[in-house]
Design a binder for this molecule. Structure first.
Ligand code: ME8
Length: 504
């Protein structure tokens, strides 16, 4: 039986500077979804990478006095290093300076051109290098881009894509695919933007050279967004439409993006693909932005957050959990040291960590360090086991719509039920009054901890791996299908130790 496909992407990150919290956030979110689907039997392809062309990068390199290729190589390495730092399981890391990507971007251009959707002209208008975006006069706010970026006047020969002709087709596409964009508030925003009228899009630049050459042109390079968006198919082997990854996964993709780059993904990208007679993507989800201790994050304010610093200070699982749990995926939220410590200490150390620690150390001390042998299960035991098993279906529903904070809430509901069960059943008292019942209670708890640790792996993989080691679960017995099995009484257990330290 072939496994269903699940293709998930992060944006490819600009290599003009070091990684920050925004990059870490999308990558962790994508990783949680990728890990969940892998454990649930999907054939997953998880892609991340770097966006290495354009005027912003060329200027940054020249300001640094470094040859552009060396400049991008350096920052690309720091983005690649995010995978080990954040425990990401990306299947590939794509760089747009790679020859295969150049070939794919040119092939997409040619397909669009052959179908008559590209024409030559000249562009005279505003451009924001920071956003790598063209803005109409009416969009400017106080002489700046609506994003606050500086704009400059650009006049140059340019190729255009006939975006204005795609307005109705895009609107029909959104209509026919109500699940294309999440969260729904964003969907309305995009629809009204498209309804307000689309102008043809300048898709080449001719006044600098750091980019993918326009096929057949000596002077033009492709507009960096057209080049960058192509990464999602060049990684799959496009233009070879028979490439195994392409046939397996396109267009069954989930693109995770920040809210600021939704327009490029929701409007330009499907239009380019339709114009090339390729399928538009299945799903797009736009997340919100973090502030830092209540303040907008910006380089000029000097309050950017380094992911390596986060991991050193709080631990990788703690950061991953915080990202997923603290704000509903899709909304804006605030990063603060106090909130981070609160989540790590209350949800991880006290609730989940302490549950495992107190049960496992009790078994080590009073149960001979082996999996207890249960007697007959009482209704309360069966109810808890059934509740925890039922979490999988609820978790799946949340993953389907990228609802990461709800995913956490659902799983921690199980943690809460287990903690209440410990308090009510009080195995330390049963030790004196009814040792046989104590064995059943401890077995039930260990089985519940096993199931929770399996389910929570996508969010805090390192801690769950340690917990499952302490339950003597073989590494290949940790998938969601293994939720159906049970612990074998009498199995020898390693010495337990806490997996979530309390942060001071
Ligand atoms: O936009 N909170 O790259 P990029 C949350 N190369 N997310 C944030 C954030 C914050 N404070 N600040 C930035 C690009 N981001 C393009 C993408 S894809 C074909 C090309 C997010 O490195 C932002 O929303 O500037 C964006 O999704 C991501 O960081 C990458 O930004």
């Amino acid at each position: 039986m072939t496994r269903p496909s699940y293709y998930i992407t992060t944006p490819i990150y600009y290599v003009n500077d070091a990684p920050h919290i925004g990059h870490a956030y999308t990558s962790v979110a994508a990783d949680i979804l990728a890990r969940f689907q892998r454990l649930d039997g999907y054939e997953v392809f998880f892609l991340t990478g770097t966006d290495e062309h354009g005027q912003k990068i060329e200027r940054s390199a020249s300001k640094a006095g470094v040859p552009t290729q060396d400049f991008v190589d350096g920052f690309a390495r720091s983005f690649e290093a995010l995978s080990s730092l954040l425990n990401l399981t990306n299947d590939m890391f794509i760089r747009t300076t790679s020859p295969d990507h150049h070939k794919a971007a040119q092939a997409l251009w040619t397909r669009i051109e052959e179908r008559g959707h590209i024409y030559e002209g000249s562009y005279a208008g505003w451009y924001a290098v920071r956003d790598e975006a063209f803005y109409g006069e009416k969009e400017l706010v106080g002489g700046k881009a609506p994003t606050g970026a500086d704009v400059e006047w650009v006049e140059e020969a340019s190729f255009f894509f006939d975006l204005s002709k795609w307005q109705d087709k895009l609107l029909a596409f959104y209509e026919e695919n109500p699940d294309f964009m999440g969260p729904s508030s964003r969907r309305n925003e995009v629809i009204s933007f498209v309804k307000s009228g689309l102008r043809d899009l300048s898709i080449s630049r001719s006044t600098f050279g750091w980019g993918v050459r326009v096929p057949g042109s000596q002077t033009h390079i492709m507009y960096v967004w057209m080049d960058a968006l192509t990464n999602y198919i060049s990684a799959l082997g496009f233009p070879d439409e028979k490439a195994p990854l392409f046939t397996r996964h396109w267009p069954n993709v989930v693109h995770l993006v920040g809210k600021d780059i939704l327009r490029f993904h929701a409007v330009y990208w499907p239009a380019f693909l339709m114009a090339a007679d390729l399928e538009p993507p299945k799903r797009l989800f736009a997340h919100g932005w973090w502030t830092n201790e209540g303040q907008k994050i910006s380089k000029s304010l000097g309050n950017t957050i380094d992911p390596a610093h986060l991991v050193e200070t709080y631990g990788v699982d703690q950061v991953r959990y915080f990202f997923a749990r603290e704000i509903p995926f899709g909304s804006d939220g605030d990063f603060s040291d106090a909130a981070m410590r609160r989540r790590a200490n209350s949800d991880l150390a006290n609730d989940f960590g302490n549950l495992a620690q107190r049960v496992l150390s009790f078994v080590a001390k009073n149960g001979g360090g082996v999996v207890p042998t249960p007697g007959a299960f009482l209704d309360e035991d069966k109810a808890l086991l059934a509740e925890v098993s039922s979490l999988l279906d609820k978790a799946r529903d949340h993953v389907k719509v990228q609802a990461l904070s709800h995913l956490c809430e659902t799983l921690w509901h199980g943690v809460g039920l287990a903690n209440r069960y410990v308090d009510v059943q009080a195995p330390w008292q049963l030790k004196k009054t009814d040792p046989a019942r104590m064995e059943t209670v401890l077995y039930t708890l260990m089985e519940v901890i096993r199931r929770l640790a399996i389910l929570i792996q996508p969010i805090t993989p390192a801690a769950c791996a340690k917990m499952l080691d302490q339950l003597a679960i073989a590494p290949h017995k940790r998938t969601f299908a293994d939720l159906e099995t049970s612990l074998v009484p009498g199995t020898t257990l390693p010495t337990p130790e806490g997996v979530f330290p309390r942060l001071a």
